[in-house]
Design a protein around this ligand. Structure first.
Ligand code: DGJ
Length: 817
């Protein structure tokens, strides 16, 4: 059988292979193929027969559905951007008073709510667009209604309260001044407003410039008559997207304080089904590992009690219906817009009624609400897709980019950076930084980042035992300060950036000498150190102001175009010297409000500085940081093989452009593995490419190869970073993971394919692409003949891998007809 080789090996690459015989060969093999016909898409057929048979509404309903009134999607007005291009249907929210039904319609999604006769708010439907749902049809079967089970347990509730027979996890738990914690929140009214809710102190979504003030928000007011506490549940819909943004606020309208013990941002009940739950779990140097489990009766909790969202569980979860795959079927994702301790609970009872609740972690939170006060939860984003996990990811990426990522940054091109950490660790100094910068510039790098080690005068930062908190340049390492180094680096034609970890302090520091009470601590208890450091009490305004001032002093000196904002430990002994005993449990959430204030002030004050988030790698890679950090360092593990799972895990929710990925030296500093430079580049190029090695130590062949790859990346960067992302084969379950990026119109695409282990005697499966135009012809890098989109998507290509950790990069371009 004749095979045609794809992607001919480059000179630099062959040299590398000579030097390192373990370096796998480049390329893909394409099986012989003939002419193919584009497949016609099937017309959609619907059948209402089954519905008619069991509908208690009989013929009337059947007639209504047979001649449905116009579905909202077809009738909805289109919005227009400033340029006049249609950008998607306007979202609508309507209230049907006769049936007490709220209809939220957006993108290709309906989210319906119902105020039942008891005043409870029920969820009727979240999924594909419909124009009507009849609450009566959703009632549980008669046998169950007569059972011993409390009726509330079988009701699909949107704001489940406590203590009256709903035995699943509550969304709200308040303790009245008299000590009781039952509640009954009943509907008292609602409002439908243009725009998005404005939170006082927490990260929020913004209207996209292209669509103006087109978002809509429903506020449902509920009241607990005994405590006189009001709840406001907000539901916002956005143009184009299958998304609902939710949040909860409590207002104490009584005359006595109440204690909030739990208040979820998002809670909804799903109809009985065999769901699977996908989460991103891990630990340091092993972030965002996809875990999928079938639900069973019982409660599954994904949480952080560490004071930051943490490596252990990401605040993003996905519920999959049985038929959901990478590209098809119903998937529901929820992401919490918060970076502190959180909890996501998924509970199923024996009838498979399934509740999903997400918000602040009640184990780490309690809040005293005085009469007249209001408490707001973080927001949470819920997304629905009928196009499986890939459809869900695309929705999340787009919503985040358009409505949450720091304003103005989602469309900027992030520079290819070189970070000094794995090159010199703490031994950074002016002359060596310049040497590194010169080599980096020759490779095509666009930004030099001086990582840890550049600061500390009385307590020099020569290792992790001293200096944190003292944000003044070390005169021995940087005699001219950051200003002189930044100026020199800029003079070489590179941007310049620094590492900081402002939220922390080493006991060996001038800051701690001056303000030992500025750290989180509890009287009488030892202050647990981790990485020799303590956590500053950011709930205190004076500590926030100190951070703003010390960072401003650095940024004002000029020549800083980038900041890597790190955080390297969890919270322990959480308590604040500034709070009375009754409010000590507020310290953790007050810290979060404080860090958000600091980040808001600094990112607004320095609009041209690119901020990258980091928390010992990807420990605070969450939606809450997107309004401030347009990118995040995904892991301290720079081993390309480990990175496949880590990066593709984060990519389930977060935009590709925001996933920091660096090529580093071998043997890898974290896992000791040696992989080829090609494999390392391909892994990093499928996210936001950077380097983290000493370019002075590279051989001429490596230098040439790296230079060529960086140049190539710059040409594909717009497609990788701004295109549609699709997992073709997931890393978690596949030895040959692959993903592709394509322009939304299918005109261009880039495919990355990998082999983890060589598998003797096994046939590498054909790789079927997606998102192309079936009837169009594509040029494929390394192939002489053009190939049809239909062939590429339905027959596929067979990558030609050799040895462990091999990879291939393919570029596709649609040819003009
Ligand atoms: C942890 C980060 O994740 C690393 O990249 C590096 O910046 C170190 N901190 C520096 O201490």
């Amino acid at each position: 059988m004749r095979t045609q080789r794809l992607f001919p090996a480059s000179g630099a690459f062959l040299n590398e292979r000579k030097r390192n015989p373990m370096t796998p060969r480049q390329g893909l093999h394409l099986l012989p193929f003939g002419a193919t016909q584009p497949r016609q898409s099937e017309p959609v057929k619907t059948s209402l027969g089954a519905f008619q048979r069991w509908s208690p509404f009989g013929v009337n309903l059947w007639q209504t559905l047979k001649n449905p009134t116009k579905l909202w999607a077809t009738g909805a007005a289109s919005l227009h951007s400033a340029q006049g291009a249609a950008v998607g249907p306007a979202p609508t929210i309507t209230f049907d008073p006769a049936n007490q039904v709220f209809k939220l319609q957006s993108g290709t999604m309906s989210y319906f709510l119902h105020v039942n006769p008891e005043g409870d708010l029920e969820g009727l439907h979240w999924g594909k667009p419909v124009d009507t749902v009849h609450p009566e049809l959703l009632k549980s079967t008669p046998g169950l209604d007569r059972s011993w089970q409390p009726a509330l347990d079988l009701t699909a509730r949107e704001f489940p309260d406590m203590g009256r027979g709903d035995t699943k996890t509550p969304a709200v738990k308040i303790t009245a001044a008299q000590g009781q914690s039952s509640s009954q929140f009943k509907y008292v009214g609602h409002e439908i407003r243009p725009g998005l809710p404005a939170l006082k102190n927490l990260p929020q979504f913004h209207e996209a410039e292209t669509v103006g003030n087109a978002c809509k928000t429903l506020i449902v007011r509920m009241r607990d008559d005994v405590t006189k506490v009001d709840a406001e549940l907000t539901y916002s819909v956005l143009p184009e997207f299958n998304a609902v943004i939710r949040g909860t606020q409590l207002i104490n309208r009584g005359s006595e304080p109440v204690q909030i013990e739990k208040l979820a941002s998002f809670s909804t009940d799903f109809p009985p089904e065999d769901y699977r739950l996908l989460t991103l779990s891990g630990t340091w140097i092993r972030e965002a590992q996809e875990e999928t489990v079938p639900l069973k009766p019982g409660k599954l909790t994904i949480a952080s009690n560490r004071g930051f969202s943490s490596h252990a569980h990401n605040p993003f979860i996905t519920l999959l219906r049985p038929d959901a795959t990478e590209d098809h079927g119903d998937a529901y994702g929820v992401a919490l817009v918060y970076s502190g301790s959180f909890s996501a609970e998924v509970e199923q009872n024996v009838q498979q009624h399934t509740r999903l609740t997400m918000g602040l972690n009640p184990d780490c939170f309690s809040w005293r609400l005085q009469p007249g006060e209001r408490f707001e939860t973080p927001l949470a984003l819920g997304v629905y897709s009928d196009q499986g996990l890939n459809g869900l990811s695309r929705q999340f990426h787009s919503v985040f980019r358009k409505h949450l990522v720091r304003k103005g940054w989602a469309d900027k091109t992030p520079p290819v950076l070189l970070n000094t950490w794995e090159a010199v660790y703490f031994n950074v100094n002016h002359p060596e930084a310049i040497e590194i910068a010169k080599k980096a510039k020759a490779l095509g790098v666009e930004l030099l980042v001086v990582d840890d080690g550049w600061f500390g005068v009385k307590y020099p930062r020569n290792n992790d035992q001293a200096g944190l908190g003292d944000w003044v340049e070390n005169p021995d390492k940087l005699p001219g300060g950051l200003q002189a180094l930044g100026k020199a680096v800029n003079g070489l034609g590179l941007k310049f950036g620094i590492w900081v970890e402002p939220e922390m302090v080493n006991p060996n520091s001038e800051l701690y000498e001056q303000h030992p009470d500025w750290v989180l601590h509890q009287p009488g208890r030892a202050r647990t150190q981790q990485r020799n450091q303590l956590v500053l009490d950011l709930g205190r305004t004076e500590v926030q102001d100190h951070l703003i001032q010390s960072m401003s002093r650095l940024f004002d000196a000029g020549h800083i175009q980038y900041v890597k904002w790190d955080l390297n430990r969890l919270m322990t002994e959480v308590g604040s010297a500034a709070l009375p005993p009754r409010q000590q449990k507020e310290a953790e959430h007050r810290y979060m409000l404080g860090i958000y204030r600091v980040l808001k002030v600094l990112t607004e004050k320095y609009p041209d500085i690119l901020f990258e988030g980091c928390a010992s790698g990807g420990g605070r890679f969450d939606a809450g940081m997107l309004p401030y950090f347009s990118q995040s360092w995904a892991s301290d593990n720079t081993d390309a093989a480990s990175r496949l799972a880590i990066q593709s895990g984060f990519a389930r929710a977060y935009p590709i452009k925001g996933i920091g990925a660096h090529v580093s030296d071998v043997p890898n500093h974290q896992v000791g593995r040696t992989t080829s430079l090609k494999f390392r580049f391909h892994t990093a190029m499928s996210a936001n490419l950077g380097l983290e090695l000493d370019p002075r130590k590279m051989t001429p062949d490596e230098t040439a190869f790296a230079k060529a790859q960086i140049a190539l990346y710059k040409t594909i960067r717009p497609i990788v970073q701004d295109g549609h992302y699709r997992v073709l084969r997931p890393s978690k379950t596949n030895n040959w993971p692959a993903w592709m990026f394509s322009r939304p119109d299918g005109s261009e695409a880039v495919v990355f394919a990998f082999q983890k282990q060589a598998e003797p005697g096994l046939q590498i499966p054909m790789l079927k692409l997606a998102g192309l135009e079936e009837g169009a012809l594509y040029s494929v890098s390394g192939l002489e003949k053009p190939v049809s989109g239909a062939y590429l998507m339905h027959v596929g290509l067979r990558p030609a891998f050799e040895g462990d950790y091999d990879s291939a990069l393919l570029q596709l371009k649609r040819l003009k007809n």
